[in-house]
Ligand binder design. Structure first.
Ligand code: 5GP
Length: 191
């Protein structure tokens, strides 16, 4: 890892959990699968800011279909590393979801509470279909079944950063996912 940009000599970063090559290969696969599954349709990708922006950008370019994009931002209360399930929409969507084929793109699912809130919220807006594509799912921690159709990687239940995921807005630009072993403090989680 010492030769990876941004991480050399940073004592807060632990081992690489998903490498850049693994991300590229899996996202290409997901793109193929989504291209086949949504053939003949123009899905609307809904990204959850900020964490999903890197994944959504790469995923979108792996899907060979006409696509539209929208974003929402949520903040969930809890400690800096654990959500409470109380979610507040900080930025809502611009587009109407009625009759659309919506693919919700998430960075990481830990307890699943944020995702189950978002699913309920988006489902109430009358989309024709609603599926979820999450890059990372933490092993064994989902308290509710978020009905995840598309998953990039299942990872061990440790706090990770990189490829969109932050601690206090840092590390989102790392081109891989790695463990964070530094202090996280407390506050509001804002994906
Ligand atoms: P959940 O509601 O599933 O417990 O938490 C989901 C949200 O918590 C994610 O969208 C993300 O913002 C944050 N989160 C959960 N696990 C991690 C992690 O390992 N690293 C980072 N940076 N954020 C996380």
């Amino acid at each position: 890892m010492a030769d990876e940009p941004g991480s050399a000599a940073d004592p807060n970063l632990g081992k690489v959990v998903v490498t850049q090559a693994e991300l590229e290969a899996r996202i290409a696969e997901l793109g193929e699968q989504l291209t086949a599954d949504y053939e003949g349709r123009a899905p609307l990708l809904v990204g959850v800011l900020k964490g999903a922006f890197v994944f959504m950008s790469d995923l979108a370019r792996a899907i060979r279909l006409p696509l539209e994009f929208d974003f929402m931002a949520v903040s969930s209360y809890g400690s800096a590393t654990k959500t409470s399930g109380v979610v507040r929409i900080v930025k809502d969507l611009d587009l109407d979801l009625t009759g659309r084929h919506v693919l919700l793109v998430e960075d990481i699912v830990d307890s699943g509470l944020t995702l189950s809130y978002l699913r309920r919220n988006l489902a109430a807006r009358g989309p024709a279909t609603l599926e979820v594509c999450a890059l990372l799912v933490k092993d064994g921690l989902q308290r509710s079944d978020p009905e995840l159709r598309y998953v990039g990687f299942t990872i061990p239940p440790e706090f990770v950063v990189g490829y969109g995921l932050d601690v206090a807005e840092r590390y989102r630009n790392l081109p891989y996912v790695c463990a964070y072993v530094g202090d996280t403090g407390t506050g509001t989680l804002q994906g």
